[in-house]
Design a protein around this ligand. Structure first.
Ligand SMILES: NC(=O)c1ccc[n+]([C@@H]2O[C@H](COP(=O)([O-])OP(=O)(O)OC[C@H]3O[C@@H](n4cnc5c(N)ncnc54)[C@H](OP(=O)(O)O)[C@@H]3O)[C@@H](O)[C@H]2O)c1
Length: 303
């Protein structure tokens, strides 16, 4: 298995693997979605992710039992991974589903940090990100100071925002964040320029959706992404040794400012495939340009 390339995550100076792990799929029963990963599969998979050298894990208090599983199954290996979670999460676990909402108060942030540290069986979190929110609300509620206070207490090392349009530009303009997490892939390139804006602010850039859920054959069907793939006729560009997932993932890391992409998977073959794809590096520029051109035409025809 090839070594995973690493990049410096902006001003955090953390050396993170370009393939990170998004643990939303480990959320467990009575949450949402169709697939439920049980404890033993989660245990095996989290340990496999570390065995393969992935060193950056993203989670959130609102991903069901994901944080708790990280604590139970890999906290004994805490020095092998950087841990990113989120705050502003005001969730209610009902018998049959998880109700998720975001509330921007000091009390919710305090509750989130205490619960996250406890669930993940750790004394510190490397990166605490606002789970959404907008600059005005967060500033007015004095929440940046709350995160800086957590930092001065040694509970967290860096602060970030997991955001998207239309709120992301305002969050970047605040100039206080060490990282930004945002969605991006060739099939959904709306945040392309914002990766650059975020990086120019000195922040590290974490991409979610970087494998676009695996493309047309995804476990979770995403008709909009499927349409873009088909309209751009990207199947035509695949060869016997390049899968759809490889094309999408290598396109994502071809963005010069993508420091890491937190791909979610609970499938060992997919993990292997994602590691080999990332190890192959960015797409050759001529190939990248062809993909870009086809997608631009497909999206223009759609609008
Ligand atoms: N607002 C936020 O902050 C926010 C929102 C959403 C997500 N996130 C974070 O981002 C992470 C990634 O989530 P995402 O929504 O962006 O999803 P994603 O990583 O783009 O896609 C995950 C899906 O792709 C499939 N997949 C992975 N590798 C594959 C491969 N090689 N071939 C085919 N399918 C493959 C997985 O299925 P298999 O299990 O079958 O491989 C899974 O269903 C989450 O875990 C979470 O940490 C954050």
């Amino acid at each position: 298995m090839p070594d995973l390339p690493k990049r410096t995550l902006g001003k955090t100076n953390l050396e993170v693997t370009q393939l990170g792990y998004g643990s939303m799929g480990l959320r467990g029963p009575a949450t949402w979605g169709v697939r439920v990963v049980d404890d033993s599969a989660a245990d095996q998979f989290l340990n496999l992710v570390l065995d393969k050298g992935v060193n950056f894990i993203d989670t959130s208090p609102e991903y069901g039992v994901s944080e708790e599983r990280i604590g139970r199954f890999i906290s004994s290996r805490r020095d092998e991974y950087y841990l990113a979670t989120k705050c502003g999460c005001d969730y209610i676990q009902h018998d049959d589903h998880l109700e998720v909402k975001h509330t921007w108060t000091k009390e919710v942030l305090q509750r989130n940090i205490e619960t996250s540290l406890d669930r993940m069986q750790t004394d510190y979190i490397d990166l605490l990100q606002f789970h959404g929110g907008d600059a005005e609300t967060i500033q007015q509620a004095g929440l940046i100071d709350v995160l800086l206070d957590f930092k001065s207490q040694g509970l967290i090392r860096f602060i970030g925002a997991s955001s998207s349009l239309p709120h992301l530009p305002g969050m970047i303009a605040l100039g206080v964040f060490d990282t930004f997490q945002m969605p991006y892939s060739c099939l959904d390139p709306r945040h392309h320029d914002l990766l650059t804006t975020a990086a120019q602010s000195g922040a590290g850039v974490i991409v979610r959706g970087g494998i676009a859920h695996g493309g047309p054959e995804a476990e979770i069907d995403r008709p909009a992404l499927f349409d873009v793939w088909n309209k751009a006729n990207l199947d035509e560009l695949l060869s016997h040794d390049m899968s759809c997932a490889e094309l999408i993932l290598r396109y994502t890391i071809s963005h010069p400012h993508c420091d890491t992409t937190i791909v979610g998977t609970c499938n060992e073959d997919h993990l292997e495939e994602n590691i080999s794809s990332i190890a192959k590096g960015p797409l050759p520029s001529e190939f990248y340009d062809k993909v870009t051109y086809r997608i631009r035409c497909a999206l223009a025809a759609q609008s």
